[in-house]
Design a protein around this ligand. Structure first.
Ligand code: BES
Ligand code: MN
Ligand code: ZN
Length: 502
């Protein structure tokens, strides 16, 4: 998908489709394409006068043309009230519209730099448009044997003024980098679990490392044994697949200290283990490595955007399976920091692998901030639905940074309380902790369980269980893996880099 930026050269170029926007309550008509002005104004006036179109957000009117020399299709997109337009509204509206144009087999579309007159600057508008296009057109069709071409739409031209051109180019470039990472995360999480074992995830991380010259180490089961990662290894022990510990780094400045560690839950398939999950929907648990996919993918964008910050991603990749060698409810296992854990449910496996991953990060990497990302609890879907990720943190400034980053990217985050009182639910009678704190506040107790291993390091946990996959297509979200919260993690790294250098 090519995204071109041109300033006022539209006369020489004949798009198949034109995409223009109209706002609610705006009388004057935008005029981005001088040679098509009459056509365009005619379309808008007709639809406005028939009261078919008011410019409401996401409203779409399509006009088909039979005259040659003119675009075959004119699409007029409502963007709502101009002063209420946000980057995510624009991203969603473009994502939704571009999919419709693609399904009409349009191959080339031109549009003005939508969002003119709003609070958004040219760079933000260009980035949102780019992200809407690239995220909205995604599909996962690797396993369709009839070779399906990716999209009919091959080229989008953004028309801006001469003075906007540099900002627009930067916005497009940033959007492309962000989306390449988000779509990589979608791909990884969409892969079936028989194509995405821990070793496959490690191989992909290695390819990314090579491509962007990032240092990487992959630790094997024997290394993990030597480190004492019994909790993570116990989850793995029912599976025929070897566990992998992936450590992928980016150095954006000369000092050694790691500023930000991103820890991802990497359960390549979560059957529940001996505490077997019900059959219905179990296949979705191929996506239980979405946290891992997100942190690995985020590193590829960080490597290209080159913020002045040191970031390390850590993933313990394992498969949770029932078998004669599987761990069992009632077992007691030890985390590498010495904490003992009573297993109540083998389906609460994510927090066990994260306990060792966060312990490892805290003792060996010693970063300034730890952020873990996990499809950790079904309870999160009950609490926040499919709208927002849950944030649980021991550091308000860090939580705020994540929430702010999420607002920018449209990947909404909502903080849940981390009151001391909740921690008692994780206490065991016979070990230090137990791996479930019961149903009440399940997302909070699971998050706080992971937080136990961060010690006094500023830490935040993101439970993405409600947002990592989507059953329906809307805005720029496509069915299956969503790639959330890759763009937020990248934005967080950029924002932290800014703050650290202030
Ligand atoms: N991976 C699941 C959580 C999950 C459920 C993610 C549904 C996405 C959709 C996790 O490992 C799990 O099974 N959690 C249990 C914890 C319980 C046993 C305390 C849950 O939420 O039921
Ligand atoms: Mn589970
Ligand atoms: Zn799980």
């Amino acid at each position: 998908m090519e995204i071109k930026v041109v300033s006022n050269q539209i006369r020489t170029h004949k798009p198949e489709g034109l995409l223009c926007a109209q706002y609610q309550n705006r009388k004057e008509l935008p005029s981005a394409f001088p040679q098509f002005d009459t056509l365009f104004k005619d379309c808008i006036t007709r639809s406005l006068s028939h009261k078919r179109f008011s410019g409401e957000l996401n409203e779409l009117e399509l006009f088909h043309n039979c005259q040659s020399e003119q675009p075959e299709l004119v699409a007029i997109l409502g963007l709502g009230k101009i002063n209420e337009l946000t980057s995510d509204k624009l991203r969603q509206a473009v994502g939704h519209t571009i999919r419709i144009l693609n399904r009409k087999h349009i191959t080339r579309v031109s549009m003005p730099l939508l969002g003119e007159g709003s609070k958004l600057n040219a760079l933000e508008r260009a980035q949102s448009i780019t992200e809407g296009i690239l995220l909205g057109l995604y599909s996962f069709h690797r396993y369709k044997t009839a070779k399906k071409k990716s999209t009919d739409l091959k080229q989008v031209t953004i028309v801006c003024t001469k003075s906007e051109k540099t900002a627009v180019r930067t916005g497009v470039k940033n959007g492309q980098i962000m989306c390449q990472a988000a779509l990589l995360a979608r791909d990884l999480a969409n892969e079936p679990s028989n194509k995405m074992y821990p070793a496959d995830l490690a191989n992909i991380a290695s390819e990314i490392a090579q491509k962007h010259t990032l240092p990487i180490s992959i630790l094997e089961k024997s290394d993990m044994e030597a480190l004492g990662m019994q909790a993570a290894l116990s989850v793995s022990q029912g599976s025929a697949q070897a566990p992998k510990l992936i450590i992928l780094s980016y150095r954006g400045k000369t000092d050694e200290k790691v500023d930000l560690a991103l820890v991802g839950k990497g359960i390549t398939f979560d059957s529940g283990g001996i505490s077997l999950k019900p059959a219905d929907g179990m296949g979705n648990m191929k996506g239980d490595m979405a946290g891992a996919a997100s942190v690995i993918a985020a590193m590829s964008a960080i490597a290209q955007l080159k913020p002045c910050i040191n970031v390390t991603a850590v993933v313990i990749a394992v498969e949770n399976m029932p078998s004669g060698t599987a761990y069992k409810p009632g077992d007691i296992v030890k985390v590498m920091n010495g904490t003992t854990i009573e297993i109540i449910s083998t389906d609460a496996e994510g927090r066990l692998t994260l306990a060792d991953a966060v312990s490892y990060v805290n003792s060996s990497i010693k970063p300034k901030y730890i952020v873990d990302v996990a499809t950790l609890t079904g309870a999160c879907i009950i609490a926040l639905g499919h709208v927002a990720s849950a944030v649980i943190s021991n550091n308000q400034a860090l939580a705020n940074k994540i929430i702010t980053a999420g607002c920018k990217t449209g990947e909404l985050c909502w903080q849940l309380p981390a009151f001391e009182e909740y921690r008692t639910q994780n206490k065991s009678e016979i070990a230090d902790l137990k791996n479930t704190g019961g149903r009440p506040a399940g997302t909070i107790t699971a998050g706080l369980f992971v937080g136990e291993f961060a010690g006094s390091t500023p830490w935040a946990h993101m439970d993405i269980a409600g947002v990592d996959q989507s059953e329906k297509e809307y805005g720029y979200i496509t069915k299956g893996a969503t790639g959330i919260p890759v763009r937020t993690l990248v934005t967080l790294a950029l924002d932290l880099a800014q703050k650290l250098n202030d």
